[in-house]
Design a protein around this ligand. Structure first.
Ligand code: BGC
Length: 348
């Protein structure tokens, strides 16, 4: 296992950005930039041993800076939607930017996906890891409290990409970190993901309205519609925001050790991805809006159409601050946060 750093480009502010390549003993590799904590590429073998990059993304740093739908990004301070783009905490009301209909999505205008993170490579009991960290100041994007947070990546020799999150604050604040990778197990740019089989270990989903605004309720999954407890071929159902852009409450809630959250299988390549997490939920998003407003040009100049990738964003209930009974996406002083998510690759 090794981690190598190379220059990735310079921002208009003059800040230099790096690209880190993590390689494991089987030749899998993950490329991660400290701009936005973005997973830029993830090369994994098919059943014949042929490697492909299984995540969607942009070609260059400038393309990421110009804007993208959170490809591979570390998403925060709050991944997902805070309803009405405001909340009240400790008697004070905090208005946020409504950047998605009436809601504040993915931390607001200047979310963690656009920050330059401080990078450090270290060895943790024989495993090379990349730690990205930031200090997110009090008041940024309208949120209270200075948050210190880090995201640590490792590409383990059992073909697992491990992502470990940590956070602490000096004032209570909403906090919900995730990775927003869009996967296509046939390879980036290889068309839609309708031939993938999706399995999610959840009996209930978050209730939303037509704006995808969270309603502070959960509903049982409905057989044939948004029930993925048994593997479902994505092309076998009509995908919409209620079954393919929705928060699933995982059956065992928040756990100390990562538990199985989802398994995705792609028959043609034979690639299988298993997701494990300590988080209590996962937002399944099937890339419904890719290229809907404007062509989404990705790696190698390929246009990614709708459903060309899927995300499994492990997280807590995004709007916990407005509906505390639905989740615990809140960070409090003296209660540091940590979570771990694993994406494990194999073939069948
Ligand atoms: C949201 C989608 C959104 C996508 C890109 C997902 O987490 O649920 O509605 O289009 O992120 O912003």
């Amino acid at each position: 296992m090794s981690i190598e750093a190379q220059p990735y480009g310079t921002l208009s502010t003059g800040e230099a950005v790096s690209l880190f390549t993590l390689t494991n003993k089987n030749g899998l590799s993950a490329k991660i930039t400290n701009y936005g904590g973005i997973l830029v590429a993830l090369n994994a073998p098919d059943r014949k041993g042929k490697f492909a990059d299984v995540v969607l993304g942009k070609e260059t740093l400038d393309d990421y800076v110009a804007g993208h739908p959170y490809f591979g990004a570390t998403t925060g301070r709050v991944a997902g939607r805070i309803s009405g783009a405001q909340f009240t905490l400790d008697g004070q009301t905090y208005p946020l930017a409504a950047n998605n209909g009436p809601n504040c999505l993915h931390g607001g205008i200047n979310g963690y996906d656009k920050l330059v993170w401080t990078a450090e490579i270290f060895n943790d009991l024989g495993v090379d890891k990349l730690c990205l960290s930031i200090t997110d100041p009090d008041g940024s994007n309208g949120f209270p409290g200075t948050v210190e947070c880090s995201v640590t990546y490792a590409l383990l020799d059992d073909n697992t990409l491990e992502i470990a999150y940590q956070g602490s604050t000096d004032k209570a604040t909403p906090f919900n970190l995730t990775n927003h990778s869009y996967f296509n197990l046939r390879g980036s740019g290889q068309g839609d993901v309708l031939g993938h089989e999706m399995q999610i270990f959840a009996d209930s989903v978050a209730t939303v309205d037509a704006d995808a605004t969270l309603q502070g309720r959960r509903d049982p999954v409905v057989d044939g519609f948004n029930d993925y407890r048994e593997p479902v071929l994505l092309g076998s159902r009509e995908l919409n925001i209620y079954n393919a852009d929705i928060h699933f409450f995982l059956n065992n809630g928040r756990t100390r050790l990562p538990k199985a959250a989802a398994i995705v299988r792609e028959a043609r390549s034979g690639r299988v991805m298993e997701v494990f997490t300590t988080e209590p939920g996962v937002q399944f998003y099937a890339g419904l809006f890719l290229s809907v407003d404007a062509p989404e040009i990705g790696k190698d100049g390929v246009i990614y159409g709708p459903q060309n990738g899927f995300c499994l964003e492990t997280q807590d209930y995004a709007d916990s601050v407005n509906f505390p009974e639905m989740g615990g996406a809140l960070l409090k002083p003296d209660e540091p946060f940590s979570s771990t998510t694993l994406y494990r690759f194999s073939t069948k």
